[in-house]
Design a binder for this molecule. Sequence first.
Ligand code: T46
Length: 139
Amino acid sequence: MKKNSIYDCVILPLCKIHNRAGNITVVEGSVNIPFNIERIYYLYDIPGGEDRGAHAHKELNQLLVAASGSFNVLLNDGQNKKIVSLNRPDYGLLVVPGIWRELMEFSSGAICLVLASKIYLQGDYIRSYDDFTKFKNVD
Ligand code: T46
């Protein structure tokens, strides 16, 4: 986790099953994403201009999906940074452990669906950027 880089965080195409009445996307843990799903949560009703995240996880793997609307994710491994734009419900961003993330520029009505590999554990969060750089630099 300490050694993970932003290059381990990739966009995963998800299936999209067409129907005359609309589309459906199915995600199966350890089938089309590389972890089991223990928890699902979603961010919504985000006021204009508000950011979310600004933390890292020690062990948690996540898939972030723009289930509706769009937003940007800033990924930072302590050395490199990149911004990924999410705006399609049939693509997910894999965020591996040990990556600082900030979610920003939510469109009106955006929904960020998160599939997570573990239950909620406060101790898994690194919420201070100083602590994050120390975590990444300790062998
Ligand atoms: C992440 C981004 C994308 C719980 O009680 N259980 C949960 O499973 C979660 C995710 C949150 N909470 C509580 C903890 C806080 O009192 O909900 C409140 C807001 O959580 P937080 O400030 O961590 O929210 P975000 O949007 O900054 O971060 C969340 C996830 O926590 C995080 O894992 O990567 O969404």
